[in-house]
Design a binder for this molecule. Structure first.
Ligand code: C5P
Length: 288
């Protein structure tokens, strides 16, 4: 069984609180994009993993897809194993939910392969401890996401798919480290207005999106990795209507007026940053 694990971007991210366990309460508009990993699931006696495309990805027990398979097997009382073939294209440490997308695809696939027929809400509850972005990746598409990532309201995107360039500088960023930098910042970084972002995205209103995008983790990420600011600036110099960091970085997203403009910009930017792709949103995701 072959599954496509799509990356996500954050159109915007606000930090709205801190839980006693140190997790931050967030308010986000997230959307699936057309950059993906491929996962092939084959019946096997044990749970095993074979990664291609990125040598830095953790192998075996340390990989989130193996943790996801074990969690589902234990919770559902299944005796079977599975051989997981994972071909990586989504960069790590990018804020694009690469590991979360893989885990979500494995959970969706095993739900079918093992004949469990769990509803998505039940899979999402199992998924949250694996990573805060895994529940969103199970739903995919466009959504308003709150809590630490568990409160998901699916949305229907307006207009045509949007044209983006996503670009990651040479280094990734660690999510907990960015949140620690956020906590240490004085004054506290400003939050974007998520209601405005949501309204603009749902209407397919490009000027509205351009005027409202923002990410409260951008300043702390730039304090750790100044090249993120260069990426944001280069994106706008190459014609992006607006650029914003996704998630906890280090990748940035540029919003372009046309597919042609995004592809031309990506060609030029790729000479400076090799991890650079012109992609479209996949907000109306079809169930696989
Ligand atoms: O759950 P995930 O693996 O994505 O989170 C990694 C770390 O990022 C957490 O252990 C926590 O330190 C931080 N985090 C947070 N608030 C969130 C999500 C993650 O503080 N909403």
């Amino acid at each position: 069984m072959e599954m496509t694990a799509y990356a996500k971007i954050n159109w915007s991210l606000a930090v709205t609180g801190l839980r006693p366990d140190g997790y931050h309460l967030l308010d986000m508009v997230m959307e699936t994009i057309g950059l993906s990993d491929t996962i092939v699931l084959s019946p096997a006696e044990e749970i095993g993993l074979d990664v291609q495309g990125d040598a830095r990805i953790p192998q075996a027990e340390d990989n989130i897809v193996v943790k996801a398979a074990r969690a589902l097997r234990d919770a559902a009382g299944v005796q079977d194993g599975v051989r997981i073939g994972l071909t990586k294209r989504i960069p790590s440490g990018a804020g694009m939910g690469g590991g979360s997308a893989d885990a979500a695809a494995v959970l969706r696939g095993l739900n079918r392969l093992w004949g469990l027929n769990w509803p998505i809400e039940k899979l999402a509850r199992l998924a949250l401890p694996l990573g805060a972005d895994v529940p969103f990746c199970l739903y995919g598409g466009l959504a308003r996401v709150r809590g630490i990532g568990e409160a998901i309201v699916p949305l229907t995107p307006g207009g045509m798919p949007l044209n983006l360039v996503v670009m990651q500088p040479d280094e990734g960023l660690s999510t907990p480290a960015v949140f620690r930098a956020y906590d240490a910042m004085i004054p506290v970084p400003e939050n974007p207005d998520l209601d405005r972002v949501q309204a603009a995205r749902v209407k397919g209103d490009l000027p509205g999106l351009v005027a409202s995008l923002g990410n409260a983790l951008e300043r702390p990420a730039i304090s750790m990795m100044p090249v993120v600011a260069d990426c944001l600036q280069r994106m706008e110099e190459e014609g992006a209507l607006r650029s914003v960091m996704t998630g906890s970085g280090s990748a940035v997203v540029g919003l372009f007026a046309s597919k042609r403009a995004a592809e031309d910009a990506a060609l030029r930017l790729r000479t400076e940053y090799s991890r650079c792709w012109a992609v479209q949103t996949v907000g109306a995701l079809h169930a696989q």
